[in-house]
Design a protein around this ligand. Structure first.
Ligand code: SAM
Length: 347
């Protein structure tokens, strides 16, 4: 097994059979070995710096009905909210003063935010904060829409592919959504010039090692700037409410593998990781991640962006989230930096 980990480190790729083996035959010794190599690579490219991204969850309305997601349209118990342009600008102002130079606007797929409205919001943020990067995470849109948002000033786009396997994709999504469209969106975003992030949930219902192997091969091919992975966590108002969460152990392992496969990739220690374990994000950093995304959304709406149960940080003000993460990073020998973050394409 160590030979396979070494091979991944040297060649940055594995065959599908090797990916399956490296996932299925893992043990705690191999994990520790992987994490130490992943940390070395991370230190080589990023030292002990951790990039911070200010997350603004601006709408909990969603027209889609993804079976795993707490804000899916079919969840009639979900409390829905929308932030106005002024609310969003206020979040950016707070964030800028706290040292954020990247704003991530994330939301459900909400037709209220037409191209015209989003172009106005993105353009205004860009004119007020020209030194900041704007990341959008607002799901599937037309190529023309992506282009307009890019021209308005959006720099980056996060769209998890969720799972490469069409069969697995269909187990997680209603028939209106399909894997081909999702993937086409990613290729459209790349061709327009966005720095693209993709990713998947670890331990999503019915996920197999083969699915994970396919996910790694897809990420290798797409060569994104960022990869967001976190554990699946059930939400009580979804059909997956009784499914087990993804584990900390497998999530950390996949993060370590990603660092070896894509040495310079931006890899967040996600809120979901911090939700399944109180030290999840610190352990994520020690497994090779280099980004954290504190929440800048107003506390009045935080609880309502409930993708999964028991989400952390729903009561803390933005500055508390910022300080808390700073302390957490310092406790393990890392520190957050005020920077837009690295935008070099991986070699
Ligand atoms: N609507 C946009 C989209 O689909 O890309 C962005 C918002 S969506 C809620 C953001 C991500 O949350 C999804 O890509 C999914 O991987 C993650 N997510 C949703 N439900 C989750 C759950 N129950 N556990 C963990 N992650 C979840």
């Amino acid at each position: 097994m160590k030979l396979l980990i070494d091979k991944l480190k040297e060649s940055r790729s594995l065959s599908k059979a090797e990916w399956i083996q490296v996932i299925e035959e893992r043990n705690s010794d191999i994990s520790e070995y992987l994490f130490s190599l992943a940390r070395d690579i991370r230190h080589m490219h990023y030292g002990h710096e951790v990039y911070i991204r200010g997350l603004i969850e601006f709408t909990s309305y969603c027209k889609h009905d993804c079976y795993y997601c707490g804000i899916r349209s079919g969840n009639k118990a979900a409390v829905r909210y929308r932030l106005s342009k002024e609310d969003i600008l206020e979040c950016c102002k707070t964030g800028w003063n706290l040292g954020f130079r990247t704003f991530v606007l994330q939301g459900g797929e909400d037709d209220y935010y037409t191209d015209e409205r989003m172009v106005d919001i993105v353009g205004t943020i860009k004119s007020l904060y020209p030194d900041c990067a704007i990341t959008l995470s607002i799901g599937e849109r037309s190529k023309e829409s992506y282009r307009q948002l890019f021209d308005a000033g959006a720099d980056r786009y996060l769209l998890r592919h969720e799972t490469f396997s069409p069969a697995h994709y269909d187990m997680l999504h209603p028939p209106a959504l399909n894997v081909a469209t999702r993937r086409q969106c990613l290729y459209d975003l790349k061709s327009i010039g966005y720095e693209v992030g993709t990713g998947f949930m670890v331990g999503s219902p019915y996920q197999t090692s083969e699915n994970l192997a396919d996910d790694m091969l897809f990420i290798k091919e797409l060569n994104p700037h960022m990869v967001g992975i976190g554990p699946f966590i059930p939400h009580c108002n979804t059909s997956f409410k009784d499914q087990p969460s993804g584990t900390l152990e497998l999530t950390l392992y996949m993060l370590g593998l990603l660092r070896l496969m894509s040495p310079k990739v931006l890899l967040p220690a996600t809120t979901a990781l911090g939700t399944i374990d109180p030290n999840g994000r610190e352990l994520g950093i020690l497994a090779g991640t280099n980004v954290v995304m504190p929440n800048l959304s107003p506390t009045s709406v935080r609880k309502d962006y409930a993708l999964y149960d028991n989400k952390i940080c729903t009561d803390d003000e933005a500055y508390e989230c910022r300080q808390c993460l700073e302390k957490r990073m310092q406790s393990i020998g890392y520190y957050t930096v005020v920077a837009r973050g690295n935008s070099h394409v991986q070699s």
